[in-house]
Design a protein. Sequence first.
Length: 345
Amino acid sequence: MPSQVKTRLNRATTLLAVAAVGALTYMLMPSCSMLVDADDTLCFAIADAKDGVVDWPDEEYLEPDYLYHCGIEEFHECDHCDLNPWFQSQEARSYIEGFGLAQGHGWGDLGRPDVMTVNEVTKEIDTPLGRTYNAYANLVYANPPGIELDRSKDLGNFEYYDSFLKWASAYVWQKTYRINGNCNRDCETVFSTSCVIARTVNGPFRNDYTDLYQTFFYDLDAVWRASTIVHEVRHARDAISHDACACKNGSACDARWSRNGANTYELMWLAAYFYTPEDHPFITPARQARAADLFDTRKELLFCEPTQWQLGDFRDINQIPEFYVQQVACSEDPRNPLPCIFLSN
């Protein structure tokens, strides 16, 4: 047999083996009813549903100050049904589905049939899918056009995307993979708070996706969820991975701010979200305060080398977004920003 034919056959065999392993791995993922950790309350709730009605678990937020920043008296503002415009609009729900949720797997068990279920006491939206909608609502309604924003224009069109929040909404829409819902926790140990929030996977044969875990739905407020989406999308079609260095955020570390990676994008979005007008119709002072706190705390956790950029350096991010996308994201020194060698868009 000619050597070229042998080489081609070996290559084909290898690809088929990879595909088989990928398919097998997907098929052998334990279902919620078969195997769950002791703290997989979401999986248990789904498995124990009576007549299709799930008793959605209560949130158990990781940060003790969440109630202070995103709570107003008896309810949590960030997930409140009256303060998320998609709740009253099928058009808005369809728009949000376009961010990769429509192609995603797992949402049938995670609230697609009853996405508008609300906690009777807190008036918070209960379902994992509804809470994911709330995350995307922060991306959609942070800019005045809302669902009227044309997300298909070239990302270099800063005449149209004249604020970072507009640009970011289009960036997430254009760069996302399909978004899957996962009822499991993926934690270091049972009952651990060191748990995976989301994971983006690149695979053969276009097996590209982002998984959102129980931690994403019930341990984070909606502003943090939104910044997580920006983070994960930077991993997706731009294929920007984390670095093999040690920071306080475990394995999700970037060596430095100028790496222009997922952590840099996450923080720039939080800064842009914070620097919106005081009379913004969607972003309330409580949401702004949450974004500021997340920027300050996350900045100290995400990079192996200390970051010089401070929240005050982003005061103009919604006036000149191109400067932040094309220079700030790639620069260490706020006093000497340098152009990115490869533009992020």
